[in-house]
Design a protein. Sequence first.
Length: 157
Amino acid sequence: MRTRFLVLVGSLITTCAALVPAASQTAPKAAAAPSMVVYKSPTCGCCSFGIKHLLAKGFVVEARDVGDSQLTSVAIQSGVPADLQTCHTAKVAGYIVEGHVPVEDIQRMLKEKPAIAGIGVGGMPMGSPGMEQGGMKQPFNTMAFTKDGKQTVFAKH
């Protein structure tokens, strides 16, 4: 009796094992979540809200608190034009993301892979990621910029 049971169990295990590889070969592979490093002021609350926005949209974020002079240095060395420099600078897939840029713009940039240094939103426009408090919204543009400082409108919001 015990021998028959073991043979039956062994047969079931063999059958199930044969099915598992076939199923796993046809399953689509999940895309890796975009990973970014965000250099930010340790005293800025909107930076924390902006990071929560990125995390909620599936990004993997490493936040690095830096002093104001180091933050400015990161932006300048990354080629961010002076009028776009803000309280946080991110690096993702070889691009720079400066300020309160909507995730949809970041995703578009990563998908299209334009020949730019990065994108940025200057200032702190109400309604932009990290600046949604109070429900107010003002129009703003996400600007694309090159290493030599040329800017074009990437998206209007």
